[in-house]
Design a protein around this ligand. Structure first.
Ligand SMILES: C[S@@+](CC[C@H](N)C(=O)[O-])C[C@H]1O[C@@H](n2cnc3c(N)ncnc32)[C@H](O)[C@@H]1O
Length: 227
């Protein structure tokens, strides 16, 4: 699929389903690389989960970096995106190579269950668009799906939450404040690193969380300027 078609499809879904799509354009390849960094440092085979893959901007990087023998599950709430991804697993060369080891599940993440936990979870969920109880449910569900020592990465557009809180109506300000508190609490327990990715519209932070061997984590956070 060429970049123009991908952007057009994404923009259509942004217009039709703003709340769940949460962005006007798919992630850049620089953001995709930052999101999938842990695939390069881990020994395979791995169990990998992508949540909210959309048109597959990050998926493309995952399929190129997936260690041999790994299993790859994708969970996407939007039927049109899920159909498009299945089409890519049948026709796009990089996707076809791993198609036998991948499955696209069209359902909300909240309803997705698995018998075996994941070593790596990559999430594109637009937390700022959701009510706080849903954000809490989604992030905790992701963490519960991680194997001991497993890592999760998700992105947030830089400074959007604090800026929106300044200019929003009281109700939105309150909602964003609650989301900030929920995420900060998980960051204090699990965050190992934040990447700053400027080559994306808009620029984004990638938050990397890790579950330690006992199922909890408290490593110091560090900042990394990627681009
Ligand atoms: C900001 S887009 C990210 C798309 C893609 N990962 C990227 O970076 O270009 C958010 C994606 O999350 C999906 N999504 C939103 N809520 C979801 C949920 N509860 N479960 C699964 N997918 C969801 C949307 O349909 C959309 O594909």
């Amino acid at each position: 699929m060429n970049r123009f078609t991908e952007h057009l499809q994404f923009y259509r879904q942004f217009r039709q389903r703003f709340e769940t799509t949460g962005a006007v354009a798919p992630s850049s390849r620089f953001l995709a690389r930052a999101m999938t960094g842990s695939l390069l440092t881990r020994q395979g085979p791995l169990r990998v989960l992508e949540v909210g893959p959309g048109t597959g901007a990050v998926t493309g990087e995952i399929v190129r970096r997936l260690p041999p023998g790994s299993r790859f599950e994708l969970v996407e709430i939007n039927q049109e995106f899920a159909d498009l991804l299945r089409h890519r697993f049948e026709h796009d060369a990089d996707f076809v190579k791993v198609a036998e080891r991948a499955a696209v599940h069209c359902c909300p993440l909240q309803e997705f269950q698995t018998d075996e936990p994941f070593d790596v979870i990559v999430s594109g969920l637009p937390f700022n668009n959701f009510p706080p109880p849903l954000v809490e449910e989604l992030i905790d569900h992701c963490l519960s799906l991680l194997a001991p020592g497993g890592e999760m990465a998700f992105f947030e557009y830089m400074f959007v939450r604090p800026l929106r809180r300044k200019v929003s109506q009281p109700e939105t300000r309150e909602r964003l404040g609650q989301i900030e508190a929920i995420l900060q609490q998980r960051f204090s327990q699990h965050r190992i690193r934040t990447d700053w990715v400027f080559a994306n519209v808009p620029p984004a932070w990638v938050q990397h969380l890790r579950m330690d061997e006992k199922g909890v984590s408290a490593s110091p956070s560090e900042r990394v300027d990627t681009l």
